[in-house]
Design a protein around this ligand. Structure first.
Ligand code: PLP
Length: 460
């Protein structure tokens, strides 16, 4: 057998560059557009991105007002993270998870610094979805029980288990009307539109009592699963007393509390993790997105030592080929260092009142805004047809049945004016990179302000 020639090629073997139109056409023809009907998908070609901006194929710049999918927390082209990826690729581009790697050890040490105290054992995945799947399995193995209580108006991921635990109608498309084995739903905790028709604070946090009632009347409950602040379904912040009360209930009945911090982690809400707002430590914390500021795909399922101890003598029946992949871990180390160096958690906290004031001004001006709510640099502008009835312009059923949504129409106008914003059913999510300036916030909100006239006109 002749030896393999390992000489580097003299010129780049990358094929000739495609035109922007070719990029869009090939993408549309040969890739699935997700969470949508394929008809009418006309993706924008993103060619470049830097700081709080993305650049399209024609060179037009857009302010990234929702950090892509609420994940580009550091902004784009952070040199320290880019260098960490390159360094790791040179040093060790893969090792099977059974080995110890420097990247995993360094990240584990840093996680002990930033995660809520008491969370100290880690399982790394490549997405938030997989991290939730790991959490469900760990909870079930540890407790020996099956049922997980999730909540309506929640999103936990797209694979079989995590979509089954998702409380919004995205799961209907997969399993019409169903909710998957072992999953129960409690009402969402939404003081603006309380599904059990209570009013805070007179309610005494009846939504937590509801969960206690479920646990008492169901056998076999392993865990309660919450997004500490609900993300895609409307940036819904629970009342102050909710999380401590839920912690007490879970402790009383020996049920685990799983906090899905995929979107709320990593400074987004003005704390490293949203659970810190209420001083509550979950038994299992799930995160992804901001952990690498989306430079590479990484998810994390982290547990307390007590849960970890259980697996000393019990088989840990879980794993992936790409679990703890070094190329995903080294940039997470750099991301955390950059967040610390730039003081981004504090920055999100400090900018929160500025954003809140601006959004309240917007609400005073536009009768189509029913509510503005959020924490840190994580806010929703919730549109309603009528402030008294709080009826939205569109519902989840409209989305999954393919009906055109008013928020999409407005988002298209906003885009044309140089701002990308996440529009979801009947609200917008304002979640810029944590490096955003006040001037950029002003610009983004001024463009939103301009096009909310469309919603005001639709009030009739
Ligand atoms: N959990 C929450 C709260 C999320 O917001 C998301 C994604 O948006 C997920 C889980 C799924 O994460 P991923 O898209 O990385 O699989």
């Amino acid at each position: 057998m002749s030896p393999i020639d390992v000489v580097e090629p003299k010129s780049s073997n990358r094929s000739a560059p495609l035109t922007s139109q070719q990029v869009v056409d090939i993408t549309r023809q040969h890739n699935y557009g997700t969470w949508r009907f394929q008809k009418g998908w006309n993706p924008m070609h993103i060619m470049d991105a830097e700081g709080c901006y993305i650049v399209d194929g024609a060179g037009k710049r857009y302010l990234d007002f929702s950090s892509q999918l609420m994940c580009s927390n550091l902004g784009h082209k952070n040199q320290a993270v880019i260098d960490a990826i390159a360094r790791q690729a040179q040093e060790l581009s893969y090792a099977m998870p059974g080995y110890a790697t420097t990247a995993r050890a360094e990240l584990s040490q840093l996680l002990l610094e930033v995660l809520p105290k008491g969370i100290s054992k880690f399982f790394f995945t490549t997405s938030g979805t997989e991290a939730n799947e790991a959490a469900f399995k760990i909870a079930r193995m540890y407790t020996g029980k099956t049922k997980i209580i999730a909540r309506y108006r929640s999103y936990h991921g797209s694979t079989a288990g995590s979509i089954a635990a998702t409380g919004d109608p995205r799961r209907w498309a997969m399993e019409p009307g169903g909710k998957g084995p072992g999953i129960l739903f409690a009402p969402e905790v939404h003081c603006y539109k309380c599904p059990i028709k209570h009013t805070y604070p007179g309610c005494g946090i009846a939504c937590a009592d509801y969960i206690e009632h479920m646990i008492r009347n169901e056998s076999d409950v392993a865990a309660v699963l919450v997004e500490p602040i609900v993300g895609t379904n409307g940036v819904i912040v629970p009342p102050e007393e909710y999380m401590p009360k839920l912690r007490r209930i879970c402790d009383e009945y020996g049920v685990l509390l799983i906090a899905d911090e995929v979107m709320t982690g990593w400074g987004r809400t003005g704390e490293w993790f949203a659970m810190n707002h209420w001083g509550v430590v979950p038994d299992i914390l799930v995160t992804a997105k901001g952990i690498t500021s989306a430079y590479v795909p990484l998810g994390l399922c982290a547990t307390t030592e007590k849960i970890a101890d259980f697996f000393q003598d019990h088989y840990f029946a879980h794993g992936h080929t790409y679990e703890a992949h070094p190329l995903t871990l080294a940039p997470a180390v750099a991301t955390i260092h950059e967040m610390q160096r730039l003081g981004l958690v504090e920055r999100a906290r400090e900018l929160a009142p500025y954003v809140e004031d601006k959004l309240k001004e917007l609400k005073a001006k536009h009768p189509s805004i029913g509510d503005v709510r959020g924490k840190g640099l994580f806010w929703a502008v919730d549109l309603v047809k009528d402030r008294t009835t709080k009826e939205p312009f569109n519902t989840y059923s409209d989305k999954v049945s393919g009906k055109p949504l008013l928020v999409d129409q407005i988002a298209a106008k906003i885009l044309a004016d140089g701002v990308t914003i996440q529009a979801w059913v009947s609200h917008f999510v304002i979640a810029p990179p944590l490096i955003v300036t006040k001037e950029q916030i002003d610009f983004g909100i001024s463009v939103l302000d301009k096009h909310l006239a469309i919603a005001d006109a639709a009030l009739g």
